[in-house]
Design a binder for this molecule. Structure first.
Ligand SMILES: Cc1ncc(C[n+]2csc(CCOP(=O)(O)OP(=O)(O)O)c2C)c(N)n1
Ligand SMILES: [Mg+2]
Length: 370
């Protein structure tokens, strides 16, 4: 039934959109994106617009610098970048209350950490394995944690973060309902990819979240690919948001390249969660601009597909919108970019000069009391 719906929508998009706009080679994900039913975007002030632009620009430029540092041999192991997906992170996290609500990520976690407010110096230091890193240099790229910023972690194993996020959402509810803490209204956002929606933990956690009406947003960053596995070849129903209905919870699909659309959907879901109305499954259609990791030469995906999504760069779209709506000038956006370039240059300098963890502390931070 839903497969038919997807096919029908794709067919409608193919006939209604100018053929040149979405060539078949751009792929099914592009066709689905083209046929997205527009959702109510967030209304923003000029100040909020600049805040969103600053956050997305920080995410993008920080990671461009990561690529440079990785290829210069300053970072080790696998490094997964987030370029292209910034509207999802910024759209959700900046609609939440920092250091009050909770966040959980994956191995693609640098930008989530920055949006949560973890200082760029601490994130870059962690990527260099330095003692000044947010995980004291023990975690590296895939394991960013910050108690202070309520970042429950990046996780290398797919789906591992979902039950952790569920636990945080359960804690909010338990404190309020069982312990009588009336002000316990924290909401949790769990971020993960399309491929991860085929893992058992996803279904178990959706079930429990809905059963207990937990305040959680399951944010699927559907970028079509799970390394080299096409989403459509791996799942029974490619429209992930529809799986919400099997658990009796709210589900919404949204343009993950449009930060205001994501922010609007997130605001609705957060409001429901804080009001005790339970979880939401939010599927954001997005795309990663780089390979799966920096070790991936990215030779698999079609050039037409990459081109389709590059034209929908979320940062360029926001800039154009802010200028068209009179919320920002080109000069203001340029100033933000300069400001961010200085932050990125500073964090690299800081991280390069920072000390390695001391070997005498090898067994520290294994137990909670440390
Ligand atoms: C439990 C587990 N099985 C397999 C892997 C190998 N693996 C790493 S990334 C990945 C694909 C995940 O794709 P998706 O959830 O779409 O996230 P994306 O990389 O697109 O952000 C897989 C299967 C893993 N990390 N953990
Ligand atoms: Mg994916």
């Amino acid at each position: 039934m839903t497969q038919e719906l997807t096919a029908a929508r794709a067919a409608a998009a193919a006939t209604t959109a100018p053929a040149s706009a979405v060539p078949a080679e751009a792929g099914s994900h592009a066709l689905r994106h083209q046929a997205l039913y527009p959702s109510e975007p967030a209304a923003i002030s000029a100040e909020e617009g600049l805040m969103l632009y600053r956050d997305m620009t920080l995410g993008r430029r920080f990671e461009d610098k990561c690529a440079e540092m990785y290829y210069r041999g300053k970072m080790f192991g696998f490094v997964h970048l987030y370029n292209g997906q910034e509207a999802v992170c910024t759209g959700v996290i900046k609609a939440m209350k920092l250091q009050h609500d909770w966040f959980c990520s994956t191995y693609r976690d640098h930008v989530h950490a920055l949006s949560c407010g973890v200082p760029a110096r601490e994130v870059m230091s962690e990527l260099f394995g330095k003692a000044t890193g947010c995980s004291k240099g023990r975690g590296g790229s895939m394991h960013l944690f910050s108690k202070e910023h309520h970042l429950l972690g990046g996780y290398a194993f797919i789906g591992e973060g979902i039950p952790v996020a569920l636990g945080a959402a359960f804690t909010s509810r338990y404190k309020r309902d069982a312990l009588g803490q009336a002000d316990s209204d924290a909401v949790t956002a769990a971020f993960f990819g399309d491929g991860t929606c085929n893992v058992g933990q996803f279904y178990e956690c959706l079930n429990m979240a809905s059963l207990w009406k937990l305040p959680i947003l399951f944010v699927v960053e559907n970028n079509r690919w799970a390394i080299g596995m096409d989403h459509n070849r791996a799942t029974s129903d490619p429209e992930i948001w529809r799986k919400a209905s099997a658990f009796g919870m709210a589900g919404e699909e949204v343009d993950g390249m449009d930060v205001l659309a994501v922010r609007g959907a997130a605001q609705r879901a957060i409001e429901r969660a804080r009001a005790g109305e339970g979880p939401t499954l939010l599927e954001c259609l997005t795309y990663r601009f780089r390979g799966h990791s920096l070790a991936d030469p990215d030779e698999l995906r079609a050039a037409e597909e990459k081109e389709f999504w590059a034209k929908r760069d979320p940062i360029k779209q926001l800039a154009a919108r802010l200028i068209a709506d009179g919320l920002a000038s080109q000069a203001e956006l340029k100033d933000i970019e300069k400001e961010i370039d200085a932050v990125v240059a500073d964090c690299v300098e800081f991280a390069l000069a920072a000390p390695e963890p001391d070997s005498s502390e090898l067994t520290k931070y294994i137990w909670a009391e440390d």
